[in-house]
Design a protein around this ligand. Structure first.
Ligand code: 5GP
Ligand code: ZN
Length: 113
């Protein structure tokens, strides 16, 4: 069995609050939300992070960005939202399965670093 936390969530071995799912991606609520709406969107295929995106596996990234507006609309994020992906130690990546945070539901602060 995979030791990857998000692969376990995809497999249903760890419960999550799903907000969107299709054959390629899963979106679920972050367990420690940093904004009123905080959703993680992940590919079902394991990719360790942004630095592991290649020509061969990048189609799912386009698909993720295709479904993000659907999720944002479903969540009522009409005033905007932020999409973030932390990659590696300096960015504070803690789960090494590619994921995009969708943050919204309040005025987000503008600091990027
Ligand atoms: P990172 O820090 O790698 O960019 O983001 C990992 C995110 O996964 C964090 O925001 C953290 O709260 C979230 N997270 C960690 N473990 C779990 C879990 O078991 N369930 C859910 N839903 N989110 C998790
Ligand atoms: Zn994984």
């Amino acid at each position: 069995m995979s030791e990857c936390l998000f692969c376990k969530i995809i497999a249903g071995d760890i419960p999550s609050t799903k907000v969107y799912e299709d054959e390629l991606v899963l979106a679920f609520r972050d367990i420690a939300p940093q904004a009123p709406t905080h959703i993680l969107v992940i590919p079902k295929a394991h990719i360790s992070g942004v630095s592991a995106i290649t020509k061969e596996n990048s189609a799912v990234v386009a698909h993720i960005f295709q479904v993000i507006p659907t999720i944002a609309a479903q969540e009522g994020l009409t005033n905007g939202f932020r999409v973030v992906s932390n990659c590696g130690d300096h960015a504070g990546q803690t789960v090494h399965h590619l994921h995009f945070h969708i943050l919204g539901g309040k005025q987000l602060n503008l600091e990027m670093a």
